[in-house]
Design a protein around this ligand. Structure first.
Ligand SMILES: [Mg+2]
Length: 308
């Protein structure tokens, strides 16, 4: 099992309409992570989407969107629901506490700030968040190759289809299949086959260049790559480049019918997702392109634009 790569340092978002409070909290927490700040709920949601903070300190009382409303908005958003939220409040009592937890907060701290308590609580929740993230990462991975698994792929692809539709951006989804893998397994044995899959997965992962790109094991010797914001005129170059990357691995394959080294076929679906497009529909387009690449003799790629 390849363990997930180490995560970045913690990011803490401080949300408060009082600049004085922001200054105090920033000074207290500056050694615990990278600090970003917002002075209202709307900015908090926008910054949380952009920076994916591990922890959000959220002022309960703010003009406009208050803490409860901001908290509910963050928890209702796919891109920010995983952020741990600590309420910051000048009030204590059962109603406030129950209200904070009901809105989705994990804890609360009170004003005026008690420095050691603030640091201890933030530290505790950052540690918990790191453990939760580590467990989540393991649950999202394929046991053999360490790349993402099918379940995670489907959930991320759902999000990316919606996002690209909303923003009118072109999305790329590639299916990559090792040529003559059954012959490889039969010829070299299953342990060598496993090594081959690991090498192949690592090669694909090494070819990712932009944020948001992701490799997953789709099943057997078939892998999938999500390529956010892939322009249609860049699609053919990208899919050819994937085939070339596999050739450059130069893994011997004495049992291939076309070469004496390992090759792969690529089917790439690309385009601006129309309203309501499903994971299944995108996958079918990529799968059909992959099938065509196999029919064209393998060791090649086919691009299919789902807007045409
Ligand atoms: Mg306030």
């Amino acid at each position: 099992m390849i363990l997930p790569e180490p995560e970045r340092g913690s990011v803490i978002l401080i949300v408060d309409d009082s600049v004085a409070s922001i200054e105090i909290l920033s000074a207290l927490l500056k050694d615990l992570g990278d600090i970003i700040v917002a002075t209202n709920g709307a900015d908090a949601v926008r910054l949380a989407e952009e920076h994916q903070p591990d922890l959000i300190l959220l002022d309960q009382e703010m003009p406009g969107m208050d803490g409860y409303e901001t908290c509910r908005a963050l928890k209702a958003n796919d891109e920010t629901r995983h952020c741990a939220i600590i309420f910051v409040t000048a009030h204590t009592g059962q109603d406030m506490e129950v209200g904070a937890f009901a809105a989705g907060a994990v804890d609360f701290i009170t004003k005026p700030f008690n420095a050691p308590v603030v640091i201890a609580r933030v530290n505790t929740h950052l540690a918990l968040k790191r453990k939760t993230d580590a467990l989540q990462q393991l649950a999202d991975r394929d046991g053999l190759t360490g790349v993402y698994n099918r379940r995670y792929l489907d959930s991320l692809l759902t999000t990316e289809i919606r996002r690209h539709h909303r923003q009118g951006q072109s999305l790329g989804f590639a299916m990559v299949d090792i040529d003559f893998f059954k012959a490889y397994n039969d010829g070299y044995g299953h342990l060598a086959g496993d090594d081959c899959l690991r090498n192949f997965a690592q090669c694909l992962t090494g070819m990712l260049r932009r944020p948001g790109e992701l490799v997953a094991r789709y099943g057997g010797e078939e892998f999938a790559i999500i390529v956010p914001n892939l322009d249609v005129d860049r699609a053919e170059g990208f899919s050819n480049w994937l085939c070339q990357g596999i050739r450059d691995l130069a893994l011997p394959h004495a049992f291939s019918n076309i070469q004496n080294y390992l090759t792969a076929s690529v089917g790439l679906a690309v385009g601006v997702p129309p309203q309501g497009m499903s994971v299944r529909e995108v996958t079918l387009v990529a799968d059909a392109a992959l099938y065509q690449a196999k029919r064209n003799g393998r060791n090649t790629s086919v691009v299919s634009n789902f807007n045409l």
